[in-house]
Design a protein around this ligand. Sequence first.
Ligand code: F6R
Length: 602
Amino acid sequence: MCGIVGVVGNTNATDILIQGLEKLEYRGYDSAGIFVLGGTENHLVKAVGRIAELSAKTAGVEGTTGIGHTRWATHGKPTEDNAHPHRSETGRFVLVHNGVIENYLEIKEEYLAGHHFKGQTDTEIAVHLIGKFAEEDGLSVLEAFKKALHIIRGSYAFALIDSENPDVIYVAKNKSPLLIGLGEGYNMVCSDAMAMIRETNQYMEIHDQELVIVKADSVEVQDYDGNRRERVSYTAELDLSDIGKGTYPYYMLKEIDEQPTVMRKLIQAYTDEAGQVVVDPAIIKAVQDADRIYILAAGTSYHAGFASKKMLEELTDTPVELGISSEWGYGMPLLSKKPLFIFISQSGETADSRQVLVKANEMGIPSLTVTNVPGSTLSREANHTMLLHAGPEIAVASTKAYTAQIAALAFLAKAVGEANGNEKAKAFDLVHELSIVAQSIESTLSEKETIDAKVRDLLETTRNAFYIGRGQDYYVAMEASLKLKEISYIQCEGFAAGELKHGTIALIEEGTPVLALLSDPVLANHTRGNIQEVAARGAKVLTIAEENVAKDTDDIVLTTVHPYLSPISMVVPTQLVAYFATLHRGLDVDKPRNLAKSVTVE
Ligand code: F6R
């Protein structure tokens, strides 16, 4: 969602903030702002829109300390008044915030009578509260901040500045991500290591309900009662080149192209020198001990769970159930006697999934997080973690994380199955099969021009579309349609092909695009029957088929891969379909409207 960056004790504060915000822009991009002090004067600069708009307003803004924010609106429209940083009543205190303060209206009513607010945000109320305690009630800044933290309920990462003191930034967090970055002679705070990687690879974690006093030469961690907490720093294994676009016009295209490499990285990560699959024995045991696996996730990661279900069930002999995190956070269904919760999350920060994990931990349910981000909240708080090794995914539309999630779960399924003596698992040569997948993806990627041409004709102007498929192809259809709608704004449904005739076929009319996925030899003919039904009603059909079921008339033909892994290769042309459709419609592929990469509010 929103992104925070802060720096204390560096004469290039403005540049550091702007460059950091550019790196965080994928988290939210409806407005942004910075507050910089320590120069000849203090500066508060805000702009609606992208960071480029903000950057254009920062000529002459100099100082040594500052905080910045890129916003994804929750309370109040994207306007300059609602953009962060926000100031207290007198303007002395300045605050940026990620998250949602649940009791902000009660706070306003109870403590802030007579205060004047510029916008509608919950954040403005928080900074007024701190200002009131410091200026009206005479508390020190630290005491005022602590008192406010005891009152505020909800999720937050705060970075606070007292404009009378450029030597310190106060931060606190609860449920929203925030890290300290340790520089040479200066320090930083940030919601994502990526924004600081230019300056440092030394980081320090902050836990929920901790307050940190960050100065140029020191970092002091406390709980809300003032007890000091020791914290060691760690080195992040991020590379500056991982987060650049290189020669690509968009991150999404770069990330689509990286998928064969990611498959090979996963092979390296989960095999030993003899080529045997290796997964942490404690994780294998956790699956063996379970009588049912519950996969919890959101969006694309949820779809990756569906695409892995059959493989997990058949190889581990354990039933798999899926849950949408935002549904389960507040209402758990009746669970089996020995459940294992598997959280799938690219970012490892999704608030909806975390909500379920917190509950699972309270209930003593064992958990595994499958994530791309080591050290992320869902990784830290689950019992076990499997990493995706996909490298940073920056485009808002998830591509390589989806394929890596299925591949990582394939390693899990294979390892557990082998340990259990499951015959199918023993016969499943995963390393070989994944290499074929990598080659199949490469050959699809070499067909970009063909896909581009077909998509222009089909999707350049349409308002709606359907993806259809059966079995695994249905699961891919769900993901393919999410990808298309989130970046091209074409209303698209992923449908079980056989289910269309039970109502939804009423929406098919002359020219409606229907994209059909065909990979399963048993099901393909049935799907072809459904294609005839929609074609007879005027649909424009595009078929994507694996070679083993393909006909001469199919539009895009893919190398055949192992059925468990077909969602990985099948999804790639659909990612390209979404990419080219979006380009033809003149839209920003990497930053679709209303979305943010890491969804850290519930
Ligand atoms: C869509 C997309 C989202 C995420 C979802 C969960 O392209 O990226 O649907 O998959 O917000 O995010 P993670 O995987 O970070 O938990």
